[in-house]
Design a binder for this molecule. Structure first.
Ligand code: MTE
Length: 332
């Protein structure tokens, strides 16, 4: 991932040195990753992809769209910058949380097959100077890059996912937020005909999430369109979802149809469903337990045993500055 960024410009792949396009703190952390890889190679340690822990049927995503995707970058490394192996494609697409379809992680893939993701539109509005509706084809015109991120679910399991997408910041810059905009609110499609989970639960739909504007503008915050160099399968939030790697996975809202810049802090789906259990920030923090379980350790899907959870999911150097002066134990 980190050696060179590959961009699709004018139909051809262009390689660009990360120092030309990346904020310095992110670039430096990528260099640390390279050192780690070199050290592993020197000890003769082979980084291997591991198989899924759950024995789930391999469901291949329906090759939907009537839309031509540009070539998407495929993983350029077998591990993340900490040396952890990528979770296999089969595990990533067969163990999902997507309550609009079902609360059963092993059944989302099957129930989401055939989900229509083309045509698809994302309406961007609120406190901005240039309100605009982006078709999926418009979103795919942003340079698509590879980002290998850890995904840490609040339920204490995790994966290492090679996403494809582009920083949300690029889209926000195009629509020109006004000075009163403090937060970004996101909404998932609400379609009971296609989403069987909507009719069978007491949740308040649609699924909504929010970020503070500076969190949304951070370079790590991604609008993902693919994984493993392929278009996102429905179960992973096709055709476009948010990925905020230093926050619990529920912030990474799937199948987005609306983005709104607002003044007030949005109430997210989980804040609404269980306010005593889920806060707005939801930054990964091993020291702040969920009321019903500890967050100190996690189970890596495809791995064995448990591993220690890292503050901000290991992205502390990149994002801790966003929370200076805030009591992380209180603002969970
Ligand atoms: N987005 C929507 N719309 N509905 C959901 O149920 N689940 C969240 C998040 N985004 C969810 C969602 C949770 S709890 C997690 S952990 C991640 O999606 C899981 O993403 P994955 O299935 O791609 O691993």
């Amino acid at each position: 991932m980190w050696m060179q960024e590959r961009f699709i410009i004018g139909g051809s792949v262009v390689k660009i040195n990360p120092s030309e396009i990346t904020p310095e703190h992110v670039y430096l952390s990528r260099r640390r990753f390279l050192k780690g890889v070199a050290a592993l190679a020197a000890t003769g340690f082979a980084v291997a992809a591991c198989g899924p822990q759950e024995s789930s049927p391999a469901v291949v995503p329906t090759a939907e769209p009537g839309l031509a995707y540009p070539p998407l970058p495929t993983p350029s490394a077998a591990s993340d910058e900490l040396g952890a192996a990528l979770t296999t494609y089969e595990a990533i697409i067969n163990y999902n949380n997507f309550y609009e379809f079902t609360t059963s992680k092993e059944r989302v893939a099957e129930l989401a097959q055939g989900f229509r993701t083309s045509p698809w539109e994302v309406e961007v509005g609120g406190l901005i100077d240039k309100p605009r509706t982006f078709g999926l084809e418009d979103l795919l015109k942003f340079e698509q890059e590879e980002r290998i991120y850890r995904l840490r679910c609040v339920e204490a399991w995790s994966m290492v996912v090679p996403w494809v997408g582009f920083p949300l910041r690029r889209l926000l810059e195009e629509v020109e937020p006004r000075s009163g905009a403090q937060y970004v609110r996101f909404e998932t499609l609400y379609d009971p005909e296609q989403m069987p989970g909507l009719g069978r639960s007491s949740f308040s739909w649609p699924y909504e999430e929010g970020l503070r504007l500076d969190e949304a503008m951070d370079d790590l915050t991604l609008l993902a369109t693919g994984i493993y160099g392929k278009p996102l399968p429905p179960q992973n939030g096709a055709p476009v979802r948010l990925v905020v790697p230093w926050k619990y996975g529920f912030k990474s809202i799937k199948s987005i149809v609306k983005i709104e810049l607002v003044e007030e802090m949005p109430v997210s789906f989980w804040m609404d469903a269980a306010p005593q259990e889920y806060g707005f920030y939801a930054n990964v923090n091993p020291e702040v337990s969920h009321p019903r379980w500890s967050q100190a350790t996690e189970r890596r899907i495809g791995g064995s045993g448990r591993m220690e959870t890292l503050l901000f999911n290991g992205y502390e150097e990149e994002v801790a500055h966003l929370y200076e002066g805030m009591d992380l134990r209180r603002w969970y």
